[in-house]
Ligand binder design. Structure first.
Ligand code: BG6
Length: 487
């Protein structure tokens, strides 16, 4: 069913995120009948564009990012009709706010308004202040903040404080698009609907856990942002810690947003701090060099940044996290993410303990549960079975129990933004990050950044198209553990 009608006001409306993710996501929801025909999408940015010019750009973006088979001409033109454009500098009080107000005032003030800030986080506070001074924050207004919220705990607090002066916490939607991924949400279903897993979901049965988000792309055109951020802030502080929370949390008492977020917060609070002096033991960081990805030669990170640039920014991180709780005592959670790696693959690997004793001539391999976030969303459990080759003894061989969701349910898997953008309209914050979660995550990340800034762990080069530097392998080898590709 369609959601209640709305105005979506996007700051950063000509930017990459809007063109690549937000408009295509809204298009798909519109096509499937969930966006009402009188909803409006109002893009704002500094460029002086007419509505028609903006619509033409948007149409081109849809063509670039959506397969032709899903673009039906009539649907596209009806969708494009929902788009408006206001040339506005959201950070300036003197800008063309009157134009935005006139447009918004055409509809009753009871209409849901979503202010989506797809801009630099440094502007969030000013934009919210201007919205509020201009009288544009109605009872039905919500604000969406893209990550990263700040670059450390202090700056995150400053941003949250300044946004919080104009919007109540339950109207602030901090987006982490990993939570919109189907298989990430499926972690909740898998764990809390299947006793067969949840009964084993403790240190009694689990040896270690790995969470990987590997990409084959490099820094692309985002060097200016990325070089100030680096992989720890860009991926680990948010996406990977969120996935860790869903893997590690205790059962929430209900699917109410705060019940789930309370449990996630407990995990973040239970993370054993990694002191600056310990980063060499618990973390590995790397930067990609020239190499080969999918059969093509690609340049190094420094080459991607531009000529004559030097940088100590990490494009790869692996780390060992520990959760101080009864459930997880002695179970390491290895997290890693990187650009220009061997494959694009995001997954969770639950490595179970081996059988305590064997009656077979070869040792059964320990069971492994793989939750594949992307691509090819699925769940796979490795089991030892009888080797069917006729021999004189009963020997074992590993095989997989494998569900591939797209095949199992025969549907297109929606992009994560599709669900999240309409959840904001519905006012459902379950898949958004509460302020205290952001703070707890930064509190854990900050000392690692401090240790690195003192050079306590070397920045190791790795060739593009590999699984990262040697240090990442050593991190697990110390405990006799292996990354998935080495198993
Ligand atoms: C973003 C990061 O949050 O996530 C990017 O800023 C990264 O650097 C992207 O490429 C990865 O998302 P996905 O959905 O492709 O795994």
């Amino acid at each position: 069913p369609p959601v209640d009608t709305f105005d979506y006001i996007v700051f950063g409306g000509t930017g990459d995120l809007t063109m690549r993710k937000l408009l295509p996501a809204l298009y798909y929801r519109f096509r499937d009948g969930q966006v009402p025909a009188d909803a409006r999408i109002i893009a704002t940015a500094r460029s002086p564009l007419s509505r028609e010019e903006y619509q033409a750009r948007a149409q081109q973006a849809l063509q670039e990012h959506i397969p032709a088979a899903s673009l039906e001409a009539d649907t596209v033109s009806r969708f494009i009709n929902l788009l408006y454009y206001v040339s506005l500098n959201g950070a300036e009080a003197q800008s063309h706010w009157a134009d935005l107000r006139t447009l918004l005032d055409r509809e009753p003030a009871t209409r849901i308004r979503v202010y989506y800030l797809a801009t630099s986080p440094a502007l969030y506070g000013q934009i919210c202040e201007n919205l509020s001074k201009q009288g544009l924050v109605t009872k039905q207004s919500r604000v969406v903040l893209e990550k990263p919220i700040g670059t450390d705990l202090e700056s995150a607090n400053a941003i949250n404080d300044s946004v919080g002066r104009h919007f109540p916490e339950n109207h602030i939607f901090r987006i982490d698009h990993y939570l919109g991924k189907e298989t990430v949400q499926n972690l909740i279903a898998l764990r809390f609907a299947n006793p067969v897993f949840e009964r084993l979901w403790t240190s009694d049965a689990i040896d270690y856990v790995q969470i990987t988000a590997a990409e084959t792309v490099g820094v692309e055109g985002r060097g200016a942002y990325y070089d100030k951020s680096g992989c720890l802030r860009d991926m680990i502080q948010n996406h990977l810690l969120q996935v860790l929370c869903l893997v590690a949390m205790d059962p929430p008492v209900s699917l109410d947003a705060d019940s789930v977020r309370n449990e996630k917060l407990k995990v973040l609070h239970a993370l054993k701090p990694i002191k600056p002096s310990e980063v060499a033991i618990y973390t590995s960081r790397g930067q990609y060099m020239r190499g080969h990805v999918n059969g093509q030669t690609v340049g190094s990170y420094l080459e991607d940044l531009g000529e004559g640039v030097t940088s100590e920014t990490e494009t790869f991180v692996a780390l060992k996290a520990e959760i101080l709780s009864w459930r997880w005592g002695n179970v390491p959670f290895y997290l890693r993410s990187g650009k220009r790696m061997a494959e694009k693959c995001s997954e969770v690997v639950i490595q179970f303990k081996s059988a305590p004793w064997t009656i077979f001539s070869n040792r059964p391999a320990a069971n492994r549960l793989i939750i594949r976030i992307q691509p090819d969303e699925g769940v796979m459990l490795s089991v030892s079975t009888k080797d069917p080759t006729p021999t004189d003894s009963l020997t074992l061989r590993e095989a997989d129990i494998n569900i591939e969701f797209e095949k199992a349910f025969n549907i297109r898997y929606p992009d994560s933004y599709e669900r999240l953008l309409l959840d904001v309209v519905r006012g459902d914050p379950i898949l958004f990050i509460r302020r205290d979660e952001v703070e707890a995550a930064w509190k854990w990340i900050d000392p690692i950044l401090q240790g690195w800034s003192k050079n306590e762990a070397p920045l190791e080069p790795y060739p593009a198209g590999t699984w990262g530097p040697e240090g990442a392998r050593n991190l697990l080898a110390q405990s006799g553990h292996l990354w998935h590709e080495d198993m």
